[in-house]
Design a protein around this ligand. Sequence first.
Ligand code: GLC
Length: 427
Amino acid sequence: MTQTRTIPEKWRWFPESRYGLFIHWGPYAQYGRGEQVLFREHLDPREYEARACAWNPEAYDPGLWAHTARKAGFRYAVLTTRHHDGFCLWDTTTTDYSAARQATGRDLVRGFVDASRAAGLRVGLYYSLLDWRLPAWFEGPAKNPAGWAAVRDYVHAQVEELLSNYGQIDLFWFDGVWPRTREELDADRLVARMRELQPDILINNRLGGKDTGDIGTPEHQITAEDRLWESCQVSTWRLWGYATGERWRPADKLLDMLCECAHKGGNLLLNVGPQADGQLPPAFVERALDIGRWLDVHGEAVYGTDGGDVTEFVTRGWQTTRDNVLYLIFRFWDERPTLRLADLITPVEQVELLTTGQTLRFEQDGEMLFIHGLPRIAPTALFPVVKITCTGRPQANQWGRERLWEGDPQRVAHWARQRGETPVAYK
Ligand code: GLC
């Protein structure tokens, strides 16, 4: 687990944020069938292009996006500046296939960047390397050397624009490198230029090659990495771009993913696909604001925490830590007045039900902590949190570290032997 304080100062904002908003938006939203409709349904590319050029998201209000994102508790936002369809959301000099030069008549990236920054969000830009319109991207340097060189330069120039014209960019999010390699892309030169333009930038790991980039980006899964990482997840069931009729994951499921990421020491980048007119889908806003209200009360258990897989509480919920504090995030409430928490060996100073601010009585008996006075009815519809302040960094005994499936099984044998002679014979 990467602990916040070993991260270079310029990147500390990232693990401290824990929660980012991913925004998949482009002319594909008009189809309402996800961000890849052009390719997946083999649409006529000329018709798609005509529709993209006619796209005019009249209700696009980046100030409202940013305001909503803040209220919902997000600390940064990442916008698709161009997806695999190649349509550019910003005002680029490299092509006319952009929002600014077509019916939209606006630089959608500028609005996003300015509004996000004004609202106090860190700014990330997603950029698809591949562009379905360009045969040379797929042919590559061996089959089409001249075409490939032009595509590679086009990509370099676009990235350079995005990092030159919009002030500080905190995170750059590459995607769609297939089938090209890091070498073919001359990615090392590109990255060097990116760091020259934006010395503090974080660059993700999807630029070809193994283990490159500053952050890992597990997709549709929450797997800890030995460096900064962020799990990107849809808030629906499958699609990133707007899709009519898609099912939405409920707020508790979304919050569960955020808490699991924090527990494992990483971030959640939660996606929304705005409608073609520019509005955020109401079903998303409702869920996001539910989580925002929860974060208003319980945010200290998430933001700026280190992971916290400290004790056997794992079957009840998630744990996070910050200095001397252990937070227990309850995924479900069992209506019992006392919680029996095993394995914590650090002396406890204070226990609080963070959800209500109520101080709780506790008894610590060796490796067993009893927390009393819990309300029968869950104090929140989402996840109640108990805050345990210790005299030092919360630590578990061997049992808490090795659990059921690790370490010397002799430990379990000793425990089983404690049973002694009982009337229940074993043979
Ligand atoms: C996958 C999808 C792409 C999406 C990305 C987000 O690569 O193909 O459409 O943008 O995930 O991580």
